[in-house]
Design a protein around this ligand. Structure first.
Ligand code: F6P
Length: 341
């Protein structure tokens, strides 16, 4: 079979492992041929593709990013003519493997249901917020990077008797904040799923101070919001309608230093969380998903996504994966609150 692969949306560690898993199995087991579309959906839109062979995927397993490159191009946003161009370029193939998060897979799902494209999805995103899968690859690496950063901030916070705010990624879902906060022993964790009262954060820090802990670590997801909102937020939107977030860390630094009287500093981890080599866990997960995608192609099981369910890889409907974001359940957050402060 002639199979296309693309990687769309924000990159993440493990993308190359998934590409490698699919291409190796396809070539070795089924004698498939592959093309790699460049820059997410821009590839099929503008006809940008290169052959993907055993040679071109050599050595990519531990590499961060994606050898296919990525973009946030949304053909549906650009109108019917763009969708037609995508269909023409995909028409030369037997199947397409789209590797992405809610946006990229949302396009894949529409191409399948509205235009009958033979598409299989693979779930990636450091945000871990895709439905119908227990986990996405990229998350484990981002979590480790954020945890390492919190560990390092602990020692300098303690030495200087400072409060440290760490802003991590997570627009709508606080998985990175919650898990790195637990793993790094944060004193306050702020997630997008639950608006916070700034006075509660201040009270928690002051309580620690009164008990003789003269430093605190506050982990905030970029999408976390105080009750009543934040005065300044960026208003530029990408093609999927997402605003570029950021600023909660800086805002907290100002409010906390004013209200506690403590010296406070902010570290914004930003894209450091998405870069570099994937953890062993992400390499294994991405590889297993890539292998499953090839079987699904040969079974003709289109309109599906390979998902992690417990410890098994299963195929689920793409429409289910993209229907609702998998956010942190409030009861999970409530459980963790007992640890904080
Ligand atoms: O891919 C997910 C993500 O890393 C989010 O956590 C973050 O809000 C967003 O992408 C940043 O996007 P960009 O790299 O386009 O600024």
């Amino acid at each position: 079979m002639n199979i296309g692969i693309l990687t769309g949306g924000g990159d993440c560690p493990g993308l190359n492992a998934a590409i490698r898993g699919a291409v190796r199995k396809g070539v070795n087991r089924y004698d498939d041929t592959f093309v790699g579309f460049r820059d997410g959906w821009r590839g099929p839109l503008e006809g940008l593709s290169d052959p993907l062979t055993l040679d071109t995927i050599k050595g990519i397993l531990p590499r961060g990013g994606t050898i296919l490159c990525s973009s946030r191009t949304n053909p549906f946003k650009r109108g019917d003519e763009s969708v037609q161009k995508v269909l023409e370029n995909l028409g030369k193939l037997d199947a397409l493997i789209a590797i992405g998060g809610e946006d990229t897979l949302g396009v894949a799902s529409r191409l399948y249901t509205e235009h009958g494209v033979n598409v299989i999805g693979l779930p990636k995103t450091i945000d871990n917020d895709l439905g119908a899968t227990d986990s996405t690859f990229g998350f484990d690496t981002a979590l480790q990077i954020a945890t390492d950063a919190i560990d390092r901030l602990h020692s300098t916070a303690e030495s200087h008797h400072r409060d440290m705010v760490v802003e991590v990624m997570g627009r709508h879902a606080g998985w990175i904040a919650l898990h790195s906060g637990i793993a790094g022993g944060a004193d306050v964790i702020l997630i997008p799923e639950k608006e916070f009262e700034i006075e509660d954060v201040v009270a928690s820090i002051k309580r620690r101070h009164d008990r003789g802990s003269y430093f605190s670590i506050v982990v905030a997801a970029e999408g976390a919001l105080p009750v009543g909102g934040m005065p300044e937020q960026g208003d530029a939107l990408d093609e999927f309608g997402h605003a570029r977030l950021g600023g909660i860390g800086q805002w907290l630094e100002g409010e906390l230093s004013k209200r506690t009287g403590h010296e406070t500093r902010t570290t914004v981890l930003g894209h450091v969380q998405r870069g570099g080599t994937p953890t062993a866990y992400d390499r294994v997960l991405a590889t297993r998903l890539g292998l499953a995608a090839i079987d699904a192609v040969h079974e003709g099981n289109f309109g599906t996504m390979a998902a992690l369910r417990g410890t098994r890889i299963e195929m689920v409907a793409l429409a289910d994966a993209t229907a609702v974001l998998r956010t942190v359940p409030l009861e999970d957050y409530a459980q963790v609150e007992a640890l904080l402060g």
